[in-house]
Design a protein around this ligand. Structure first.
Ligand SMILES: [Ca+2]
Length: 236
């Protein structure tokens, strides 16, 4: 069953539609609570060189990338988040694209997710709102939609027509995982970002071994965003 959000243009920047499993109610949520100030200039992980590996022969279907796990089990990313130390952005997860999106681009972001602890609404707002960063930690602005996590796998899809403010560059899509202040584990699978209909995520189904499009930070005292590794992948 589907829960459908239609969300809002934020200061005229973007218009989205958002769908997630949950219930049958249609509603129009207020913008998510993700407008915290964010890491001004704190880009201590300039990833400019991190995408230098192969691009798997141009296979952009989001499902492949690298050699296959091949044991018949499903694989997914787990981000193990400690209790918030100071700020909602103490712990974050990024989909870092190989190149920035541009003004007028049509974006479709989809993924499956769940958590060990269900995350609540915050008033009328989903706790988790998505952000645009340039490189991970280089905050640029907020998306106008969000979602909550339940303890069961649920598909989420949102669409965005980018209106890029002057001086901004959008390259990473970001969750502030300490928007839920408690300790939790967050699970992601079947991650896809289509830009003008073209898949931009390699190994979105996490069945391969290439994780260059995924970054995480799990405590504010960490050195900064790090690329996801096989150590962050679980199977079931
Ligand atoms: Ca998978």
């Amino acid at each position: 069953m589907k829960r459908k959000f239609f969300a809002l243009a934020l200061a005229g920047l973007v218009a989205f539609s958002f769908t997630s499993c949950g219930d049958d109610d249609d509603e129009t949520p207020a913008p998510p609570n993700n407008n915290q100030g964010q890491n001004g200039g704190d880009n201590n992980n300039n990833n400019g060189g991190n995408n230098g590996g192969t691009n798997n022969g141009g296979d952009n279907n989001g499902g492949n990338g690298g050699e296959q796990q091949g044991n018949g089990k499903n694989h997914f990313i787990v981000v193990d988040v400690p209790e918030m130390a100071a700020n909602p952005w103490d712990s974050q997860f990024w989909i870092n694209l190989d190149e920035p999106v541009g003004d007028g681009d049509d974006i479709v972001i989809s993924f499956k997710c769940k958590a060990d602890v269900e995350t609540p609404q915050e008033g009328d707002n989903p706790v988790f709102g998505l952000q645009w960063h340039n490189e991970p930690s280089d905050y640029q602005g907020n998306l106008a939609v969000g979602h909550n996590f339940t303890t069961k796998w649920e598909p989420v899809e949102l669409t965005d027509k980018v209106t890029l403010p002057d001086g901004k560059t959008y390259k990473s899509i970001t969750w502030n995982l300490n928007n839920f202040a408690g300790e939790n584990k967050y699970y992601f699978d079947d991650i896809s970002v289509k830009v003008n209909g073209v898949e931009k995520v390699t190994n979105g189904n996490i069945e391969g071994t290439e994780f260059k499009n995924f970054y995480k930070k799990t405590n504010e005292v960490d050195a900064g965003p790090v690329v996801v590794t096989a150590d962050n992948v679980k199977e079931e």
